[in-house]
Design a protein around this ligand. Structure first.
Ligand code: SAH
Ligand code: SF4
Ligand code: F3S
Length: 477
C-alpha cells in the first residue's frame, strides 16, 4: 500500500484535462497492480457482468478496455480479483438479480480479501439503491454511475490507495470521453453511440432519470468513430440511441453516410420511437441496401387510452398506419416491437386492442414485459395497479399471438437465399454456425468456423418459429 503522502503527491500531479487525466490514472493503477501480481506470483484477473440493454453492453466494452490497460486479464467467471456489475434497473427483476449475486460474491471475497467488487450502471443512479448497498452490502468496494464510466481508472486508484468504499455518482453528464481504449466483444461488429440519455419521459420508464437528458454526438464524431472501426476490421455497426429519431442532426442522413464508410457492409440502428419516425428515414432504408431491413418500433400498448397515460404521443391508428406504410414501402423489412402488459388501469378491452395491433401488424418478433413499478416515475403513483395474475394471463395470451405472427413472417422467407453475417459457433452444436439476417432473425447452418465475421449466402430451408435452419450456398438471391 502506498503511504498517504505518496498518494497525495500522485493525486496532486494528475493532469486536469481529459483524456490525459484518465490515461495518467491508468498508468498509476498499472504500477500498483503489477506489484500486486508479483507479490501473488500470478496474473490479476477481472470479470465484467453486464445487465440490460445495448447501451450497457457498449459501456462495458469501454470499461473492459480500461481494465485491460490497467493490467487485468479478463475472464468470464466471477472468481476474479476484480468483479464489476454493470447494472440495469428498467424492471424490478433486474435489481433483484444483482442483490442475489452480491451475496454470492461475498463468499468469493472471504476467500480472496484483496478482491475488488465494483458496481456501476443505471441502478446506481438511484439513491435508495446506493443507500441500501452502503448499509447492507459493505463488501462492495466501488460504486459509480452512468455518467462517469470513463473515470474507472481514477476511481480504482482511489480504492487501491484508500481502504474505504468509494462512491461517485454524478447527477448529469459533465462530459463524455470517447478517446479511451475500448475492447470490442466481437472483432467484426460494434455498437456506436449516436446519442445518450432520453427526454421522452414515458410514464412507466426510469431510463430518463438514470441516463439523464438527451445528448446527440456530432455526425463528424460518429463518422470518425465508424471509420476507425472499419479500419480495424469491423464490417457491421449498430447505431445506438434510446430514440434515434430525435437525433439532433438528421438521423436519415447520418445513417446513409455511415453506410458509405469504406469497409462497412451493413448498418443497424436501435431504437425508433413511433411518434417521430419520418418518411425520410423510410426512404433512406428503402433505397440503401446496406441498411438493415429491420425496424424495431416499440408499441408498448395498442390502446390509445393507455398510450396517452404512458405519454407515448401516438394513438393506435397512427401506429397501424405507420406499420402499414413500412410494410408497403419496404416489403422485405421486419418490424419488431416491445410490449408492456398490466400498465396501471389496463382493462381487458385495452389489452384486446394490443392483441389487435399484434395481429394486424404481424410483428416479426416482440419483447413482452409485465409492467414493473419503478419508483419516481409518474406511473408508479397511478391508481388501479393491475393484479399479477391478470398480467400473467395477459402476457401468456400475448406471447401466443406473437409466436403466431412470427411463424407466419418467418415462413415467408423459406426457400430464399439471404446474405447473413456469421456471428459465431452455434451454442449447442459446434459444427453449426449462427448467422443473422438483415431483418435480424438468426439462421443456423453447417459450416467452418473460419467464416465467422464474414457475410455469406445461406438458403433458408426451414422456419422454426423465431429462427431458421439453413444451408450455405454459393448462389446469390
Ligand atoms: N428507448 C426504448 C426502450 C428502452 S427500455 C424505447 O422507447 O422503445 C426497453 C423496453 O423496456 C421498453 O420498450 C419497454 O417495453 C420496457 N420497459 C420500460 N420500462 C418498463 C417498466 N417499468 N415495466 C415493464 N417494462 C418496461
Ligand atoms: Fe423509456 Fe420512453 Fe425513453 Fe424509451 S423513449 S427510454 S421507453 S422514456
Ligand atoms: Fe437498463 Fe439502463 Fe438500458 S435501465 S435498459 S441498462 S439504459
Amino acid at each position: 500500500m502506498k503511504t498517504f503522502s505518496e498518494t497525495t503527491a500522485i493525486l496532486n500531479q494528475a493532469p486536469e484535462n481529459e483524456p490525459e487525466r484518465q490515461l495518467y490514472f491508468i498508468d498509476r493503477c498499472r504500477e500498483i497492480l503489477l506489484e500486486k501480481a508479483a507479490e501473488k506470483g500470478r496474473d490479476l484477473t477481472a470479470c465484467v457482468n453486464t445487465f440490460g440493454c445495448q447501451m450497457n453492453a457498449k459501456d462495458s466494452e469501454k470499461l473492459i478496455g480500461i481494465l485491460k490497460q490497467v493490467g487485468y486479464r479478463i475472464k468470464e467467471t466471477e472468481d476474479a480479483d476484480f468483479v464489476l456489475y454493470n447494472t440495469c434497473t428498467v424492471r424490478e427483476h433486474a435489481n433483484v438479480r444483482v442483490y442475489g449475486r452480491l451475496g454470492v460474491l461475498k463468499r468469493y471475497k472471504d476467500e480472496n480479501p484483496d478482491m475488488v467488487i465494483a458496481l456501476c450502471g443505471c441502478m446506481m443512479q438511484e439513491s435508495e439503491v446506493v443507500d441500501k448497498i452502503r448499509k447492507s452490502y459493505r463488501h462492495v468496494d466501488l460504486i459509480f454511475g452512468t455518467h462517469n464510466i470513463y473515470k474507472l481508472a481514477e476511481l480504482l486508484f482511489r480504492r487501491l490507495t484508500e481502504d474505504t468504499m468509494q462512491v461517485e455518482i454524478l447527477e448529469s453528464a459533465e462530459r463524455s470521453v470517447e478517446e479511451l481504449p475500448a475492447e470490442r466483444k466481437y472483432p467484426f461488429k460494434s455498437g456506436v453511440n449516436i446519442m445518450y440519455g432520453c427526454n421522452n419521459f414515458c410514464s412507466y420508464c426510469i431510463v430518463p432519470y438514470v441516463r439523464g437528458r438527451e445528448r446527440s454526438r456530432k455526425p463528424e464524431e460518429v463518422l470518425a468513430e465508424v471509420e476507425r472501426l472499419a479500419k480495424d476490421g469491423v464490417v457491421e455497426v449498430m447505431l445506438l440511441g434510446q430514440n434515434v429519431n430525435s437525433y439532433a442532426y438528421d438521423f436519415p442522413k447520418l445513417l446513409k453516410k455511415v453506410s458509405e464508410v469504406p469497409g462497412i457492409e451493413h448498418v443497424r440502428f436501435m431504437t425508433s420511437h413511433p411518434k417521430d419516425l419520418s418518411d425520410d428515414l423510410i426512404e433512406v432504408i428503402r433505397t440503401t441496401p446496406k441498411i438493415s431491413r429491420h425496424i424495431h418500433l416499440p408499441l408498448q400498448s395498442g390502446s390509445s387510452r393507455i398510450l396517452k397515460e404512458m405519454n407515448r404521443h401516438y394513438i393506435k391508428e397512427a401506429y397501424l398506419s405507420l406499420a402499414e406504410k413500412i410494410r408497403t414501402r419496404i416489403p422485405d423489412a421486419s418490424i419488431t416491437t416491445d410490449i408492456i402488459v398490466g400498465f396501471p388501469g389496463e382493462t381487458d378491452e385495452d389489452f384486446e386492442d394490443t392483441l389487435d395491433v399484434v395481429r394486424k401488424v404481424e410483428f416479426d418478433s416482440a419483447f413482452t414485459f409485465i409492467y414493473s413499478k419503478r419508483t419516481g416515475t409518474r406511473a408508479a403513483s397511478m391508481p388501479d395497479q393491475v393484479p399479477k395474475e391478470v398480467s400473467q394471463e395477459r402476457i401468456e395470451r400475448l406471447l401466443k399471438a406473437v409466436s403466431e405472427t412470427a411463424s407466419k413472417r418467418t415462413g415467408l422467407l423459406v426457400g430464399t437465399v439471404q446474405k447473413v453475417l456469421v456471428e459465431g459457433l452455434n451454442e449447442k452444436d459446434p459444427d453449426y454456425l449462427t448467422g443473422r439476417l438483415s431483418g435480424n432473425s438468426v439462421v443456423h447452418f453447417a459450416g467452418p468456423k473460419e467464416l465467422i465475421g464474414t457475410f455469406v449466402s445461406v438458403k433458408l430451408d426451414e422456419a422454426k418459429g423465431f429462427y431458421y435452419l439453413g444451408s450455405l450456398t454459393e448462389q446469390e438471391d
